[in-house]
Design a binder for this molecule. Structure first.
Ligand SMILES: [Fe+2]
Length: 384
């Protein structure tokens, strides 16, 4: 997930209807009954039964037609800022989006338990590691789309078309500019050295973002060097891991530590958001983009894939293509502060001020597949 800002106040819905849709779905029977004034009870009853069977037929026709007018979206994105996107898609295509929201693990578990009868069409989440786990669970079917291939660079999608990233986020460093010189944090390796003994704040090993970063370390440097790095980071921690990325940035601001690992959008949100206290923190705490193996900063994605048993596969593909459009990427970048995945989409404000960094070109599927190894390595090092 990309944080909690704008998170809607509900989790998984009980069915394929938003609460609003459920509230609007009042029983038509009392109105129908009144409309049949002047009919006797037997005639009314027959008419109501006939109408009921017509409604049922209409419903089942809609389903059998492959859900031509709908798509079931399982999404770990919870932002009010996404609502205009859904509305725009429905306006453009006439396809209604039924949303099921939850965190990535909840949605993966739900799709697994629904099995072959799962109504899921498209699964969207943040982090290549979560998408990889869904793929490992057999929840995606590969698709080929010239539109997706032309918009999404090869390293930001799964090689066989199981999932595609449409937004980028870098996992980088927030540092106290009064104490740390930028060249001291220009390589992830430096964070594990003696200079930062007791100076690092970072969230727990449960964080899929950290698992992906360590996975990328393994992929780039090999298991031995990555293991050394992980042990170095654990040895340099200013405190046991607690809280999310923004808590680490605030801890740097409060002098608890000098550097913190964070996803870029959390910092950008603090620097440009509504909270005066957070903006104040970022006057002193700056964002640095370290390099991994001399090739650039570790980049992850938000993305999605088509469900294995998608009843509305064509619509799911249209929605995924919609998410990859330049307009959608610009919208999400401006609202949610991730970077566009497409090199042709100019980053809009406020992310444009941070977008000029060198990104490690590693394939997202490569580091995602290293997550189990990363998990073992982090546990062994005592990164809790
Ligand atoms: Fe996040």
């Amino acid at each position: 997930m990309t944080g909690t800002a704008g998170r809607r106040g509900y989790a998984i819905e009980p069915g394929f209807e938003s609460r609003r849709a459920m509230a609007n779905r009042k029983s038509p029977l009392p109105r129908a009954w009144n409309a049949l004034k002047g009919w006797n009870v037997a005639q009314r009853t027959f008419m109501i039964a006939l109408m009921g069977s017509l409604i049922l037929t209409a419903c089942s026709d809609g389903k059998q037609a492959g859900g031509k007018k709908e798509v079931n979206l399982y999404t770990a994105r919870h932002y009010d800022s996404d609502l205009p996107l859904y509305e725009a898609f429905t306006r453009e295509t006439g396809i209604t989006i039924n949303r099921i929201e939850g965190n990535a693990d909840q949605l993966i578990a739900r799709m697994k338990s629904e099995g072959a009868s799962s109504p899921a069409d498209l699964f969207i989440t943040a982090d290549a590691g979560a998408l990889w786990r869904a793929q490992q669970a057999g929840l995606f079917q590969p698709v080929r789309s010239e539109t997706l291939d032309s918009r999404i660079p090869e390293n930001l999608r799964e090689p066989n078309g199981n999932w595609y990233g449409f937004m980028r986020r870098a996992r980088v460093v927030a540092y106290d500019s009064a104490k740390v010189r930028p060249e001291e944090i220009d390589d992830y390796a430096k964070l594990a050295g003696p200079r930062f003994k007791g100076k690092i704040c970072v969230r727990s090993a449960d964080s899929v973002y950290n698992l992906s970063l360590v996975g990328a370390m393994i992929e780039e440097l090999g298991a031995d060097k990555a293991g050394e790095w992980v042990r170095g980071i654990v040895g340099n921690m200013a405190r046991p891991p607690e809280g999310g990325d923004r808590d680490q940035i605030r801890a740097v601001g409060a002098g608890v530590c000098e550097v913190a690992l964070t996803n870029s959008y959390y910092y950008i949100r603090m620097a440009t958001g509504d909270s005066e206290a957070d903006r104040k923190v970022t006057e002193r705490v700056k964002l640095g983009f370290p390099s991994l193996g001399g090739k650039g900063a570790h980049v992850n994605i938000s993305g999605g894939g088509i469900a294995t048993n998608a009843p509305n596969k064509d619509n799911a593909l249209r929605l995924l293509e919609f998410f990859s459009s330049a307009e959608t990427q610009r919208h999400i970048a401006s609202q949610n502060n991730e970077f566009p995945a497409s090199p042709d989409v100019a980053p809009p404000p406020p992310v444009d001020a941070y977008a000029d960094f060198v990104a490690n070109p590693m394939g997202v599927a490569a580091f995602a597949a290293r997550q189990p190894e990363a998990q073992t390595m982090m546990s062994a090092a005592g990164w809790r």
